[in-house]
Design a binder for this molecule. Structure first.
Ligand code: C5P
Length: 235
């Protein structure tokens, strides 16, 4: 059974652009992430098309609302048949439990993960909304909460992955963005970046990679190279 570790961030504004890239890629080498921009523009039909092409889809809509609303949104995602969906851990225990109950563990193939803190927020931003403490402590606390509520994992930076893997254990899925291939100078707007190899060595299970693949002149070759970089260290 193949389990591609690369999730391509389809950060496009239209279905045509997303499908044009998907046509150049191979579901044996990568999965696809559909976020708020693309989903708002192209909707569930696009997700269905990607799945019909054989791709697993991570629906990155970061649900955050009252428990009943989030539960129903999660049910809709599971019904659509996506491989993974996410919610904000900051929605709290009741919301996380409602999401978990809506996508019952074991009875659905949809994985449910949480976003801890948005990496765009620094300590001042956190203080503004009344969250005291170091971002790393808050990330760990929210990841533990997600684990307590039986979620399948969290999105985190590859730099946070080491600590979360040690603290929470091996059966917790860590999905890490901020990845840039080795020997490539381009970081775009990402600041705390990691190579694919380092991210996996740090304990990441899946790597969210956007522009290095979406802007590549040869996306399938880039995807192959990224897989080669990690193939010997995957457990
Ligand atoms: O192009 P790039 O590889 O930087 O894309 C990374 C993807 O991961 C984007 O879709 C971005 O929104 C997402 N992401 C991130 N950092 C986070 C959470 C999500 O870059 N902390």
């Amino acid at each position: 059974m193949h389990d591609p570790r690369i999730i391509v961030a389809l950060d496009f504004s239209s279905a045509d652009d997303a499908l044009q890239l998907a046509n150049k890629l191979d579901p044996r080498l990568c999965r696809m992430k559909v976020g708020k921009e693309l989903f708002t523009a192209a909707g569930p039909q696009l997700v269905e098309k990607l799945m019909a092409m054989g791709f697993d889809v991570f629906l990155d809509l970061k649900f955050h609302d009252i428990p009943n609303t989030v539960a129903n949104a999660c049910k809709a995602a599971a019904k659509l048949g996506v491989w993974m969906v996410n919610v904000h851990a900051l929605g709290g225990r009741k919301m996380l439990m409602a999401a978990r109950n809506a996508i019952a563990q074991g009875s659905s193939s949809t994985r449910l993960i949480a976003v801890t803190l948005l990496t765009s927020m620094d300590q001042d931003d956190l203080a503004d909304i009344g969250l005291q403490g170091q971002p790393e402590q808050i990330v760990e606390r929210l990841a533990r909460l997600a684990h307590d509520c039986s979620l399948d994992g969290v999105v985190c930076s590859a730099l946070e992955a080491v600590n979360l893997r040690n603290q929470i254990g091996k059966d917790f899925c860590l999905v890490t963005p901020g990845i840039r291939p080795a020997n490539e100078g381009q970081t775009d707007d990402q600041k705390r970046i990691t190579t694919p190899r380092q991210a996996i060595a740090n304990g990441a299970n899946y790597l969210v990679i956007g522009r290095p693949i979406t802007q590549s002149s040869d996306p399938i070759r880039t995807c192959q190279r990224l897989n080669e970089e990690i193939c010997d260290i995957i457990l």
